[in-house]
Design a protein around this ligand. Structure first.
Ligand code: HGY
Ligand code: MN
Ligand code: MN
Length: 418
C-alpha cells in the first residue's frame, strides 16, 4: 500500500495554535483545563471543533451519545472509513493535552492532506468521543463503550453526576443529542487510530519520541459504601464509635498493600471519596469511595478485587461497620491490531523518530473500539509523566512527532490514490 513520502509532515505550528485555542475553553485555575463532559464548556469546545472541521471541508454526523464524526470523503464511496480521534472532555483539574491532542491531531491530519492535495480511497473520520474521562458520569469511556455495545443507551442516559443530574438530560440540555443511532457505524469501520499523551514517565525517561502501543492494561472500578454511625467527635467514648472514615482509611491502606504485592505492574488507589456528613465535629457515619485497580494481567485484577473485598469485610466486621460493593466500571486488558500497530511502527521508522513498544497504563476510547474494528494507538511523551493534573505538559516537538506518525499511519491505511 502506498505510503506518504518520508518528507511529508504536518504543520506543527498550526496544530499547536489549535491546542492553545481549545485550551482557552473551560480553563482550570492553574493553567490546565476543567472542561468536564456535558458542561457548557464542553458544548463550546464541541462547537469550535465542528467549525474547524467544517472549515477544512468535512461534514458532521452526531450519534445519540453525542459522539461527533467529521468526515473527509474518499474516492471510493463503498470503502469503509479510517477513524482517527480521541476525546475533548477533561478532568476537573485536567491538562491541555489529554484526549485533545488525539482529536486535534486528527484534524491536523486532514488539514495537511488538504494542503498536499492528498486523495485516499477510504474516507477519513475525525472523532470526538463523549465522556471519555468518566469523572462526572462513571464509567470512563462511556460513549465509546455504548458505541461498541458494552453498555446500553438507557444505562448511559440514566447515569447521575454528584448533583443527581442525569447524563441523558445533560446531553439534551447542551443540544448534542445526534440523530444517528449510536453504534450504527461500528460494523462499517476500516480501522481506528488514537494519538494520546503517555500519561506516564516511560517514554521521556527512555528518551523516545513515540510509543507504539501494543497493549492496554485492564481496569476495575469498585464503589465501596461503608455505614457506621454519625456521632459527636468530642463526647463519644472511643469504644462506642462506629467510624466509617477510619474503616475507609484501613481499607485504603489494604488496597495499597494489595497493589504492591503484585508489583511491578499492578496499581491501586481511590481517587473519588465522599465523606458524610463531612463536618469537623461529627464522626463520619457513611463514606462512599471508588477503588481503581489496574494490571496488564486479567487474573491479577480479579485477585486484587477478591483480596480487597475479603480484607474490607474483615476490617468492617471488626469495627461494627456495614460494607457494600458495587462494580461501577472496568474492562479487560487489550491487545491492539497487529497490522495497525505495524503501520504505526513503520511510520515512526520512515520518519526517523525513536520509538519503543509500550503498554498503555491509562484507559482510552481505543480500548473499546478495538472490540469492533482494527485499532492501534500512538503515544508521545509528557513532562515528568504527569497527567490528570493542570501542570500536564508536552513539547511542540513531541506533539509534532506523534501527529506526523498519526498522519502517515492514517493516510497509508486509507490508501493514497494517485
Ligand atoms: O481512567 C483512565 O484511564 C482514563 O484517563 N479515563
Ligand atoms: Mn485521555
Ligand atoms: Mn484522562
Amino acid at each position: 500500500m502506498a505510503a506518504p513520502g518520508e518528507n511529508l509532515r504536518i504543520n506543527a505550528d498550526r496544530l499547536w495554535d489549535s491546542l492553545m485555542e481549545m485550551a482557552k475553553i473551560g480553563p482550570g485555575v492553574a493553567g490546565g483545563n476543567n472542561r468536564q463532559t456535558l458542561t457548557d464548556a464542553d458544548a463550546e469546545g464541541r462547537k469550535l471543533f465542528q467549525k474547524w472541521c467544517e472549515d477544512a471541508g468535512m461534514t458532521m454526523g452526531v450519534d445519540t451519545m453525542g459522539n461527533m464524526f467529521m468526515t473527509r470523503p474518499g474516492t471510493d464511496p463503498d470503502a469503509l472509513p479510517v477513524y482517527v480521534g480521541s476525546h475533548l472532555d477533561t478532568q476537573p483539574t485536567g491538562g491541555k493535552y489529554d484526549g485533545v491532542l488525539g482529536v486535534l491531531g486528527g484534524l491536523e491530519v486532514v488539514r495537511t492532506m488538504n494542503d498536499l492535495g492528498i486523495k485516499t480511497k477510504h474516507p477519513i473520520v475525525v472523532t470526538n468521543w463523549t465522556n471519555e474521562e468518566g469523572t462526572r458520569f462513571a464509567p470512563a469511556m462511556l460513549a465509546s463503550g455504548v458505541f461498541a455495545g458494552i453498555h446500553t443507551l438507557d444505562e448511559a442516559y440514566a447515569k447521575e453526576d454528584h448533583e443527581g443530574l442525569k447524563f441523558g438530560d445533560e446531553l439534551k440540555r447542551i443540544g448534542w443529542v445526534g440523530d444517528e443511532e449510536v453504534g450504527a457505524r461500528k460494523d462499517k469501520m476500516h480501522a481506528m487510530f488514537e494519538l494520546h499523551i503517555e500519561q506516564g514517565p516511560i517514554l521521556e525517561a527512555e528518551g523516545k519520541d513515540i510509543g507504539v502501543v501494543t497493549h492496554g492494561q485492564g481496569l476495575s472500578w469498585t464503589q465501596v459504601t461503608i455505614t457506621g454511625k454519625d456521632s459527636h467527635t468530642g463526647s463519644t467514648p472511643m469504644p462506642m464509635r462506629k467510624n466509617a472514615g477510619l474503616g475507609m482509611a484501613r481499607i485504603l491502606d489494604l488496597v495499597d498493600e494489595i497493589a504492591w504485592s503484585h508489583k511491578p505492574h499492578a496499581v491501586g488507589a481511590a481517587g473519588h471519596i465522599d465523606v458524610y456528613p463531612n463536618s469537623r465535629n461529627v464522626i463520619p457515619g457513611k463514606v462512599v469511595f471508588t477503588i481503581d485497580f489496574r494490571s496488564p494481567d486479567i487474573n491479577v485484577i480479579a485477585a486484587m478485587e477478591e483480596d480487597m473485598k475479603k480484607g474490607a469485610k474483615k476490617i468492617c466486621d471488626m469495627m461494627g461497620l456495614d460494607v457494600e460493593f458495587e462494580k461501577v466500571g472496568g474492562f479487560d486488558p487489550v491487545t491492539f491490531d497487529e497490522n495497525c500497530v505495524t503501520a504505526v511502527r513503520n511510520a515512526a521508522e520512515r520518519l526517523g523518530y525513536t520509538h519503543q513498544n509500550i503498554i498503555s497504563g491509562a484507559g482510552h476510547d481505543a480500548c473499546w473500539i478495538n472490540k469492533v474494528a482494527p485499532t492501534a494507538m500512538i503515544m508521545c511523551p509528557c513532562v515528568d509523566g504527569l497527567s490528570h493534573n493542570e501542570a500536564e505538559e508536552i513539547s511542540k516537538d513531541w506533539a509534532k512527532a506523534g501527529t506526523d506518525v498519526l498522519f502517515h499511519a492514517v493516510v497509508e491505511t486509507a490508501e493514497i490514490v494517485e
